[in-house]
Ligand binder design. Sequence first.
Ligand code: NAI
Length: 479
Amino acid sequence: MQITMEDHIAVVGAGAMGRGIAQVAACAGHPVTVIDLEPAALARAQAALDAALADLTQKGRIAEAEARAISGRIRWSDSLSAAAGSALVIEAIVERLEVKRAVFAELGAHVGRETVLASNTSSLSISQLAAAVPAPERFLGLHFFNPAPAMKLVEVIAGEATSPAVATAASTLMRAWGKHPVAVADLPGFIVNRVARPFYAEAFVALEEGLAPALIDAALKSAGGFRMGPLTLADFIGHDVNYAAASTVFEGLQPNVRFRPQPFQARLVEQGLLGRKTGAGVYDSRVEQAPAAVIEGLAGADIRLPEDLSDLGVLAEAPGRREPALPAGVIAVDGVLAAVGDGRPLSQRPGVDILIDHVRSLAAAPILVMTVRQPSDEPAAARLAGALGKQLLLVPDRPGQIVLRTLAQIANGAVDALRDGVADAAGIDEAMLFGANYPEGPLAWARRIGPRFLEQTLANIAEATGDALYAPSAGWASL
Ligand code: NAI
């Protein structure tokens, strides 16, 4: 089977997602019908879509005539009967099983058995939804990301009854729409909503310990290479939405404790501090935020590197003379020993006075994150940063610091997902690149810096924290 550009596409639900999906389909050339129960929602969606097309025209991405043609390909309706004749119907209504089921049952009366029906659900089981669909072999999940016109990923979820030919045709169509489809099993959170959980959770754990939000965000953005800090991003998404996603994945994957929702975020939701949409969340957008306390790097350090550079990661690029007596993973800065973090806190690293957090790319990171044993070690840390042309961010002593701990736990969840058969390794990495804008796929990242190192890091964090949340996945053995 094949869906062509001449085929009609219907989108049910004219909210944020439905409108974005309609725009993508119409830009690709399809005649599109957008259906919503609420005439006001249709009017809002039409205005938003016109504004989006005007923006594209202004930026020179499309010609005015093309914008008019795209707009002219979209019809708006408040009746499901308008889906008749469509080759594909994508449902993007409220996230409630019984409401979605009722819509699919009614759609069955309007479209033929040859029509492919899809749901954009973020959290409901495709196989459970399929029970309401007249031809479950032609039903699947097409999970777009917000904003749909900008985000490349579409998770393509086959339910128990979905015909492989339908899943293949849907993936081919998504490619024709300029999207990056990834085949995903029908398991809670699919890929992105599951694998991304520790990115947020670890930030809330650090907040609970009293670390400043700006410090946490700056560390992950600068040394981690993430486009946005987790707390800024969670404020942007909305804590109600983000906490609900955490709870759904946690409940769906019981008794796995890896995805325990974080009490700090629960309290934000209880207090109505939902983020941007309420004006305040972790950050209060109405008052100017103090930036993270970055320390300028200092010049003039005498740096010695060990003979064996293998445990230094990207810090092996540091300029310095070789000192054969230094153990692997240790750098001497004016005689002060600095070591690369391995999950153990500095308090458990005898002989070491500076602990260096993970840096994804030395070239790309403007700031290095370190922990010092005592204030008198700070100048040595600043000189090490300065020798590498970087600024310095100091974090309190905690197992795994910030960047390594977050990365290790994201990779741990990705390894779990691989082991559970959520998707293949390439699919998991592509989903995080195209659906969450990660700087690197978590499995490729883990392979690059060493699966054994990360597995041991997790074991060290689990031991130091006494928290089973960090227990290494059984899947590490196969990475
Ligand atoms: P939304 O609340 O912005 O829009 C939902 C629309 O559906 C509303 O306009 C509402 O009037 C309409 N609607 C509700 N019941 C209906 C019915 N019975 N028949 C026709 N229209 C009906 O929701 P949003 O954010 O666009 O989400 C829609 C779906 O997409 C949900 O399943 C959600 O889980 C999923 N999703 C949301 C993402 C997001 O970031 N917002 C990302 C990916 C998926």
